[in-house]
Design a protein around this ligand. Structure first.
Ligand SMILES: C[S@@+](CC[C@H](N)C(=O)[O-])C[C@H]1O[C@@H](n2cnc3c(N)ncnc32)[C@H](O)[C@@H]1O
Length: 308
């Protein structure tokens, strides 16, 4: 079986910055295990959790099989929010466990997730509204989307409500350093200095939307404590260098790269992709080693929380 990093680089070969980030998330959450009825809150297309669970795709598969509106990439459109019946995730080996419920607000992403046969059930809903689940109905919950929502404190209470006593939640949450590391936030968001206006194109609405949710460990702990959750594990990953590499990545070329790949002779594509992925490994490997160091200045927290 290929290593998780190598596999992620193959699946996200046109966006290697995503592969490195996802790999570091997988490493950060290594002490977390799904137990009992489980929930992936904000599962998207499910590819991240599937790979984390040890699932593997064939080398022909990538996360860009169904995209649309690439011409509107620079108007901040979610180009992955696309699906039709021909979507085929080309699973090579099944994961070592299943997740009971995948939850997201985008129907197309949930259809992609359902095609993995990894979630027993997918549920569409808005994470900003009361969740459509009973009290005490999950033994374990994972989420890397809480900071995309309007009120993280409210949603953390809501996650606690649906968790059984003694159940566990694993959350990825931004640290207060994240805005200092992102080019858009550190150079343009406050100054509105015209010379940095072009950074809006790089940001594409990502960090400008959710950076307000970046908090210190102490501030997150206050929120957990008020919600009736105790911290059983905490680490920090994604240091400045990795965030800055990710902030640019292959993002600017993405729509053009997609067109280029579509124009390649399909017989030549496997060799080109293999060479591409092995070249990426030369950089991704060392960056990943830097990125996984547990350091208080790193941009993301990983928490494992227990319901008191
Ligand atoms: C950065 S992606 C993470 C997806 C997946 N967990 C992964 O790691 O690939 C954020 C996800 O949050 C979902 N999301 C954002 N706002 C949401 C909301 N209000 N309710 C439910 N899902 C939401 C998006 O549709 C998207 O799938």
């Amino acid at each position: 079986m290929t290593s998780a990093l190598e596999h992620l680089l193959s699946v996200f070969w046109l966006r290697p910055e995503t592969a490195i980030w996802r790999f570091l998330d997988i490493e950060a959450m290594r002490r977390f295990e799904f137990e009992g009825r489980s929930l992936d809150f904000g599962c998207g297309d499910g590819i991240f959790s599937f790979i984390r669970a040890g699932g593997r795709f064939t080398t022909e598969f990538d996360a860009f099989q169904k995209t649309e509106r690439l011409d509107r990439f620079y108007q901040n459109v979610d180009v992955y929010d696309a699906y039709d019946e021909s979507y085929d995730p080309l699973v090579a080996s099944a994961p070592s466990y299943q997740i009971s419920v995948g939850f997201d607000h985008k129907a197309n992403l949930l259809r992609k997730a359902a095609a993995l046969n990894f979630y027993k059930e997918t549920v569409e809903g808005d994470g900003n509204a009361p969740l459509p689940f009973d009290d005490n109905s999950f033994g374990s919950i994972f989420s890397n989307i809480v900071y995309w929502l309007d009120n993280p404190a409210e949603i953390i209470s809501e996650l606690r409500r649906i968790l059984q006593p003694g159940g566990k939640i694993c959350l990825m949450l931004p640290n207060e350093t994240l805005p200092q590391y992102s080019f858009y936030n550190s150079l343009y968001a406050k100054s509105k200095d015209d010379q940095w206006k072009w950074l809006e194109l790089l940001d594409r609405g990502r960090l400008s939307d959710n950076v307000k949710q970046s908090k210190s460990d102490d501030d997150w702990r206050d929120i957990f404590s008020s919600a009736g959750l105790s911290v059983s594990y905490h680490s920090q990953h994604l240091p400045k260098m990795v965030i800055q590499a990710w902030d640019i990545g292959f993002r600017p070329m993405f729509p053009a790269l997609m067109k280029m790949v579509a124009g390649v002779d399909p017989r030549k594509l496997p060799d080109i992709k293999a060479e591409w992925v092995s070249a990426l490994q030369m950089f991704a490997g060392p960056l990943a080693v830097i990125g996984e160091q547990n350091d208080q200045s790193s941009a993301f927290h990983c928490y494992i929380l227990t319901r008191k």
